[in-house]
Ligand binder design. Structure first.
Ligand code: ATP
Length: 204
C-alpha cells in the first residue's frame, strides 16, 4: 500500500513530516510519497521556486527509509492536477492500493478539482481530520464510497475514509511570516531546511 501526500511545501515543516510519519504507521504503508506541486491550481503562487521547494523536501527526508520525494509534478508542464499524478502512479503501480491523503479544507473543495470523480478509479481518498472536528453532510456519491473499515482499503481504489491524526500547530504561512519579521522559526522545521532558507535568502 502506497500513501500520497501532496502540498506546496513552501517550506516543508514538522507539521507535514509528523503527519506523514503517523500516516505511514497507521496504514502500514510500504512507502509514502511526498509530492510538491509545481503550479498550484487552487491557491496563490508559492514564494520559493518549485525547484527550491523540491530541494527543501529532499533535504528534510534525506536518509528516511520509506519516504519518497516524488518530483513528477515538476517534470510536467502546466498546472499540477491530481488527476495526472494519480493516473501515473496507478500506471506505475498496477497492483498496489493507493491512498491519497488530503486535508479537511481540501476535501471541502474536492468537487471543484479536475475530473474529481475519476480520482476514485485510481486511489482511495483518505481525509485527514483533527480530533473531534464536525463533518459536513456527504452527498450520495461520497456516501456510497465511505467506509470506516480499514480492511476495505486493501482493494486498489474507490473508497472514502476519514482518519483523525495529531496536527501540530505549525503552518508554512506562519514560518514565512516569522522569517519576514526576523523571528527565528527554528524547531518548527528541520535545521537543514532552515539553513537552506537562510543560505538562499528565501522569504525575507
Ligand atoms: P500554507 O501555510 O502555505 O498554506 P501549509 O503549511 O498548510 O502551507 P501545505 O504545503 O499547503 O502546507 O500542506 C500540504 C498538506 O499538509 C495539506 O494536506 C495540509 O493539510 C497538510 N498540513 C499542513 N500543515 C499541517 C500540520 N501542521 N499538521 C498536519 N498536516 C498539515
Amino acid at each position: 500500500m502506497i500513501g500520497i501526500f501532496g502540498g506546496t511545501f513552501d517550506p516543508v515543516h514538522y507539521g507535514h513530516l509528523r503527519s506523514a510519519l503517523e500516516l505511514k504507521e497507521l496504514f502500514e504503508l510500504d512507502h509514502i510519497r511526498l509530492i510538491p506541486c509545481a503550479q498550484p491550481v487552487h491557491r496563490d503562487e508559492p514564494s520559493a521556486t518549485a525547484a527550491q521547494r523540491l530541494e527543501m523536501l529532499q533535504i528534510a527526508l534525506e536518509n528516511q527509509p520509506n519516504f519518497v520525494v516524488d518530483a513528477q509534478e515538476l517534470e510536467r508542464s502546466g498546472g499540477s492536477y491530481t488527476f495526472h499524478t494519480l493516473e501515473k502512479l496507478r500506471f506505475d503501480y498496477p497492483n498496489e492500493p493507493l491512498l491519497l491523503f488530503i486535508g479537511r479544507d481540501a476535501f471541502n473543495e474536492f468537487t471543484t478539482w479536475f475530473r474529481w470523480r475519476e480520482l476514485f478509479n485510481f486511489a482511495h481518498i483518505v481525509v485527514i481530520t483533527r480530533p473531534n472536528s464536525a463533518l459536513n453532510p456527504l452527498d450520495e456519491f461520497f456516501k456510497s464510497r465511505l467506509t470506516n473499515d480499514k480492511s476495505q482499503l486493501k482493494q486498489l481504489a474507490g473508497r472514502l475514509f476519514f482518519q483523525e491524526i495529531t496536527q501540530l500547530a505549525i503552518s508554512a504561512t506562519a514560518i514565512r511570516g516569522m522569517i519576514a519579521t526576523k523571528q527565528n522559526p527554528r524547531f518548527l522545521l528541520p535545521d537543514a531546511v532552515l539553513d537552506y532558507i537562510f543560505k538562499h535568502q528565501l522569504y525575507f
